[in-house]
Design a binder for this molecule. Structure first.
Ligand SMILES: [Zn+2]
Length: 286
């Protein structure tokens, strides 16, 4: 009886302690300070079908094209570089090499960065989703930065036949001598989990995407071109123009799993409808 009462008292004490114990002390995951979306131009096509299905033969579409700049405690990072700034002075647009679309640029990237208070020299870290011309247009402005590239993309971009992959080496050739971090898969850029380059090959040999953790809202995954539009994402559709269909399908499945695991939002770079819902600089995300 006495023992039993003592045990009950002890149990009550433990319960009381548990009730008074501080909440779990797991620290919040590290995050960037800010993320800016930048309008880096658009592409207009009169035939969407090479990116979707034959059902879209002759259907016009406007591809949005964004760059992103983020502020981390260790420095500024730029993701993708859009169409070349000189396109802003060509209002009739510039046809692409295969003449399947025409590129337009309303505002130069340098002007957008200036509105954020940045000059190219302030960008310490630079990465591109891949080396197609709508992403490399201003790459040469950032050859002073630390540059992150997948081995397979580097091999294709700086190898003997960059044109075979649809690349325009003049648009990024100054990166050849940059401080280059060659990747073989995912990479934690700042070592704290806040910014992670995700390997998503398929559209090109070494395509990559960017996961960004924000301080006050859910993380985002910046797609690059591992998927082009919401409709392609929902149908798991691989464009016929892609470098490797199987690799693309695998990357899409891996990113689907990753999004579910992290609760991240997927921002699809070329999806015009979604891009209209993402405010551009000087607005920013926290
Ligand atoms: Zn693209």
């Amino acid at each position: 009886m006495t023992i039993s009462r003592a045990m009950l008292a002890a149990a009550a004490c433990v319960l009381a302690l548990a009730g008074c114990a501080p909440m779990s002390s797991t620290p919040a995951p590290a995050a960037v300070d800010r993320l800016y979306a930048i309008d880096c131009g658009e592409n207009r096509t009169n035939d969407l079908s090479p990116w979707t299905t034959q059902a879209d033969k002759g259907k016009p579409y406007v591809f949005s094209n964004n760059c992103y700049v983020l502020k981390h405690a260790k420095g500024w990072m730029l993701w993708d570089s859009g169409h070349p700034d000189r396109y802003a002075s060509i209002p009739e647009g510039v046809p692409n090499q295969r003449r399947t679309s025409t590129a337009f640029l309303r505002k130069p990237l340098l002007q957008s960065l200036g509105e954020i208070g940045l000059r190219p020299a302030d960008i310490a870290y630079f990465a591109m989703s891949h080396s197609h011309p709508d992403h490399t247009g201003n790459a040469n402005l950032f050859a002073h930065a630390t540059v992150f590239m997948q081995q397979a993309e580097h091999d294709a971009a700086f190898g003997p036949e960059p044109q075979r992959f649809g690349y325009n080496p003049a648009s990024y050739d100054q990166l050849r001598t940059a401080r280059m971090v060659i990747l073989h898969g995912d990479h934690d850029v700042f070592g704290d989990g806040s910014v992670i380059i995700k390997s998503t090959p398929g559209h090109t040999p070494g395509h990559q995407s960017l996961f960004v953790r924000l301080p006050k809202s859910p993380p985002v995954l910046l797609s690059g071109d591992f998927v082009h539009f919401r409709a392609n994402w929902e149908a798991r559709r691989v464009p016929s123009i892609n470098f490797d269909k199987e690799l693309t399908a695998r990357s899409m499945q891996q990113m689907d799993d990753f999004l579910k695991r992290t609760g991240a939002r997927l921002w699809i770079n070329h999806d015009f409808e979604q891009a209209q819902t993402v405010p551009k600089e000087p607005a920013y995300f926290e």
